[in-house]
Design a protein around this ligand. Structure first.
Ligand code: NAP
Length: 307
């Protein structure tokens, strides 16, 4: 029987592990299907406080893990396949093995949706990004492309005009999912060029290990062409990793955990941390803060229950 099981090994999970371990709770961290979370797929992180020269994303998250291990946190490979939160202790099926825990911190994140092109995966962190706030500043005076037709795409395209010499927004159809106000703002921005009814068929250049261009296709005419690009930003949505909890933890229509204040969910003893609940900020530092909050709440909950 565990005091705390933490799901996810990104900034939120690892920070929760540091706090829970220092509180003597011996947390078990389930690493999940994306070890290290979103930070593990970025390169330079320049906005995490405390690193004036910046730090590599994978190093930052690995440091957090080591810090948690120093205080006794245990990490295991695997993902939660099934959960029974109907009574305490909670029961979790982790890759076929059931574990029991008095409290649970869900820090399983939200995975960026990708186009699924083979070269896209190879160039993540080398010109391909799913986070304009994180990586926009690397493309000063460069050519930027944003994919998507929702509010995120509009917001990111607008934001990226601060850096890029030009921003091309590529959307697969003519109608937008974005709200009118966000769309109008992007349309009024002279630095944003719209390419509609257009899809990306390939991204170059894997050999150079950096993005140099893309192959585009108009879905109506079938016309295909190549365009030079330096920074390629996906804004086609995120998928929160909450599947095993559907019907148990209250989720919003897109699957994000609905907070009941602080780090609390609707299930007493189950707490949330990071992107699995946050569709607004999604930053390493806010996830770390949320992990801290969840661990403090779990600790106080256990203390109140006499553990
Ligand atoms: P979204 O609204 O689901 O939009 C995703 C966009 O990506 C859609 O235009 C979709 O095209 C496109 N897309 C999805 N899969 C694709 C694929 N495989 N290939 C090409 N295009 C693809 O997601 P979001 O923009 O991230 O927004 C999520 C939620 O957060 C929304 O509720 C939004 O309002 C909110 N949000 C609000 C703000 C704000 O108000 N400041 C900012 C950001 C996000 P189709 O339209 O053709 O399906």
């Amino acid at each position: 029987m565990r005091n705390v099981i933490i799901l996810g090994s990104g900034c939120a999970g690892n920070t929760a592990a540091i706090y829970a371990a220092r509180a003597g709770l011996n947390p078990l961290v389930v690493i999940g299907h994306e070890p290290g979370g979103q930070l593990s797929i970025t390169t330079d992180v320049e906005n995490f406080p405390g690193f004036p020269e910046g730090i590599q994303g994978p190093d930052l998250v690995e440091n957090m893990k080591k810090q948690a291990e120093r205080f006794g946190a245990e990490f295991i490979w695997g993902s939660v396949l099934e959960a029974d939160l109907s009574k305490r202790p909670f029961r979790l099926n982790i890759d076929g093995e059931w574990q029991e825990t008095r409290t649970l911190i869900v820090a399983s994140g939200a995975s960026a949706r990708w186009l699924g092109l083979p070269n896209e995966q190879k160039l993540i962190g080398h010109g391909v990004s799913s986070c304009a706030t994180c990586d926009g500043a690397f493309y000063r005076d460069r050519k930027i492309m944003v994919i998507g037709g929702g509010d995120s795409a509009m917001e990111e395209a607008n934001f990226l005009t601060r850096f890029g010499s030009e921003v091309t927004l590529v959307h697969r159809r003519e109608q937008f999912r974005a709200s009118k106000i966000m769309l109008d703002r992007a349309r009024a921005n002279p630095k944003i060029k719209f390419l509609l009814n257009t899809v990306v068929d390939d991204i170059f250049d894997v050999v150079k290990n950096e993005v140099t261009g893309v192959k585009l296709r108009n879905v109506n005419t079938g016309d295909a062409w190549e365009q030079d690009v330096d920074g390629f930003f996906l804004a086609i949505g995120h998928i929160p990793n909450t599947k095993p909890f559907a019907g148990q933890i209250d989720l919003d229509p897109d699957g994000y955990i609905l907070s009941k204040g602080g780090a609390r969910t609707n299930v007493t003893g189950v707490f949330h941390a990071g992107d699995v609940q946050d569709r607004v900020y999604r930053q390493a530092i806010t996830a770390a803060g949320a992990g801290c909050m969840a661990a403090i709440e779990a600790e106080r909950f256990l203390e109140a229950e006499g553990h």
